[in-house]
Design a binder for this molecule. Sequence first.
Ligand code: COA
Length: 367
Amino acid sequence: MSPTAAGSYAPPAAVLCGLAGWVPSRVVTNEHLARRLDTDDAWIRTRTGIRRRHVVDPGQSTSDLAVEAGRRALAAGTGRVDAVVVATTTPDHSCPATAPAVAARLGLTGAAAFDISAVCTGFVYGLASAAGLIAAGVAERVLLIGADTYSTIVDPLDRANAIIFGDGAGAVVLRAGHPDEPGAVGHFDLGSDGAHEDLITVAAGGSRQRSRPGEPSRQDRHFAMRGKEVYRHAVTRMAASACAALSRAGWKIDDVDHFVPHQANLRILHSVADDLGLPRARCVTHVESVGNTGAASIPLALADAAARQALRPGDRLLLTAFGGGLTWGSCLLTWPTLPAPARLYDQPPHPYDEPAHPYDQGERTTS
Ligand code: COA
C-alpha cells in the first residue's frame, strides 16, 4: 500500500517494467496481395496506410507468438510473475484459454492465467485487469500479452479484410508500485456497445452457430467487418474515450507527448488525432509495417517506438483502443526508464513462398 497526501493508504498501482514485441518473419507486401486479389498497392496505401504485414507459418499459432513476446518482456529480469493474461481474438482453441499454455511454456506453471476477449481493445482491457489484480493484492507482477493471428480467420480471398490485418504479439510486465511513479498506468476509460455486435464478427465456432444443425458456410467461418460503419464508430468512440481519460486525469491535450492508438489504419488514427486537436506528429504509428494486429497493436507500437528511442523517460502517453463488440478504452501513463526492447523478429523478414503458403492457397483448395 502507498501513503497518500492525506496520510491514508492507496492501493498499489500497476507500473510498467518490461516491454517486448514479436512478429513472425514472413512478410506479405501489398504487391503480393495484388497478385492474387483485385487490388493494388496505391489503393491499399491511400485507404489504410499499410505497406506490408507479417503472417504466421503453417502450424504456428497465437500462443507461439505470445510465448516469443512474453519471453522477451521477461528477459529484462523483472522477477516473479503471479499472473499471465493473454488478450486475443484468435485463441489457439475455443477451450481451454490460451494463457495457461503460454504460462506453462514460459516456466510460469502455478501462476493465475486467463484470456481476455475484447477484440482490438483487448490490450487496454488487459491493462485495467492487471491493474485490478495488483490493486487487490492478488498479484505483485503480471505478464500481459496481446497476441493475434488474424491470418487464420481472415478469408485470403476477401480483399476488403486481407489487406488490413497482420499477425503479431506484444507483451508488458507490470509490477506493484506507487501511483505517482513513472510507468504507473491509470485514469482508465473503458466502454462497450453490444447493440453493434454485428459490425465485426466471426459468425461460426461459438455456441450460437454450433447449436444449429448443419455445417457453417465459408463466409460464416471467416472474419467479417462492415468497414465504413466501423470506421465512423472507431473515430468517434476513440476520440470520446481519449477525452474521458484525459478529463479524469486532469490532463489537457497539450500535455500528451505521444498518442498511441490501436493501429487500425492510418486514416482512422489521423482522424482521431485531428478530432482531439493533437498534431499528427505526436501520433505513434506502426501500422505501415505490420497492419492491424488486433490486441497486439498497442504493445507492438510501443515496442517499436521504444526500440527507435522515440519514447523518453518522463514523456506522457495516451493509449486508446477500439474494437469489435463494440468495445473501446483509454489509459494514461508517464514513460518510465526501461531496457530497450529487442528487435521485433529474429530472422530478416522474407516473403511467403507463393503459392505454397496456406495463407495464399489453403482456403481456395477446400471451398
Ligand atoms: N482494393 C480495391 N478496391 C477495394 C478493396 C481493395 N482491397 N476493398 C474494397 N474495395 C472496393 C469496394 O468493393 C468498393 O467498390 P464499389 O464502390 O464498386 O462497391 C470500393 O472499393 C469502396 O469500398 P469501401 O468499403 O467504400 O471503401 P472505403 O473507402 O470505406 O475503404 C476500408 C475500405 C475497409 C479501408 C475502410 O472502410 C476502413 O478503413 N474501415 C475501417 C476498418 C478498420 O480499420 N477496422 C479495424 C477497426 S478495429
